[in-house]
Write a protein that binds this ligand. Sequence first.
Ligand code: UT7
Length: 347
Amino acid sequence: MSPAAEAADSAGRRGPAAVITGIGAYLPPDIVTNDDLAARLDTDDAWIRSRTGIARRHVITPGMATSDLAVEAGRRALESAGERLPDAVVLATTTPDRPCPATAPEVAGRLGLGGVAAFDIAAVCTGFLYGLATAAGLIASGAAERVLLIAADAFTTIIDPADRGTSVIFADGAGAVVLRAGTHQEPGAVGRVVLGSDGGLSDLIEVPAGGSRSRSSGVAPKAGEEYFRMRGRETYRHAVTRMTAASRAAAAAAGWATADDVDRFAAHQANARILSAVAQELGVPASRRLSNIENVGNTGAASIPLLLAQSAAEGALLPGHRLLLTAFGGGLAWGATTVIWPDIKAG
Ligand code: UT7
């Protein structure tokens, strides 16, 4: 490549853009309502609705795994893109089928993409945004021309069924996008992905047992340490602060000066009150906020692509909309980016 071609453009970008060219989502068919949870936990529909905005959520059936969700969402995104096959598969998940190896190679093989680059990303609920940055990097560097990015979580496999604090929130699902090399000016081009983390707060959201730290300790895990834990109230506060700041930075990088420049706002569906707080801080009116948390709960990394696929299918997200995305979760990790929504049909 010539030095001229290697040089960054006026916005500091090198190489081709990653352009969204297909999207798909998948929810397992089983539904758990708030009343179903209230029948076995000390909770009730009114508490869950008022504190989280959730009414029902989809869950896997016994025997299913994350790869089953990922394959279906990936297949739908590939159909939506309807063009050449990708040369890389990236899977963002907190619930891999097994601790080793990564789940992405199996997903790639089941999609008929055996042989392509395939790996997992562990960034919990921010996995889709870390995945977008990774896909953009693969494309910008020339390592891939097309990337299938899947975000899939079977959170119910790590939730403590006796913990009302997390059982009412987390659920299962998958979403996926296909990205291809293109120009930074065209609809679908992923803007600068603003990312951050704070490992000093890693214990706010964690699965304590099962990793090298607990395995090498020589001490058997205590009961329940294999389950996901969240210190909800503290997490809530950081979620609002970090998503607001990341959203501002991503919008500024796109040259969007005010909230009027944002046609649609899609935040990780963590909790309806968190979404409202972030949108209010940013000045984005309710009519421009996308949300599906009432019907799907918090689906981890899958949350944003699932929301985009459903919103596009229902006509709430239209070609040309200036879309601001943000997510936050365990790590702690957070991120945000912008996209002008492309003219694609959701699969
Ligand atoms: O996706 C990754 C990032 N995750 C998030 O951003 C989630 C952030 N946190 C949250 O969404 C909220 O903190 C929760 C929904 C988890 C909890 O809502 P909250 O308004 O922060 O409630 P809280 O934890 O402060 O608890 C308030 C009360 C407590 O009782 P006391 O101590 O006031 O008597 C809890 O024990 O509500 C109680 N409580 C419940 N009551 C009925 C907690 N969970 C439940 C429940 N049903 N399921």
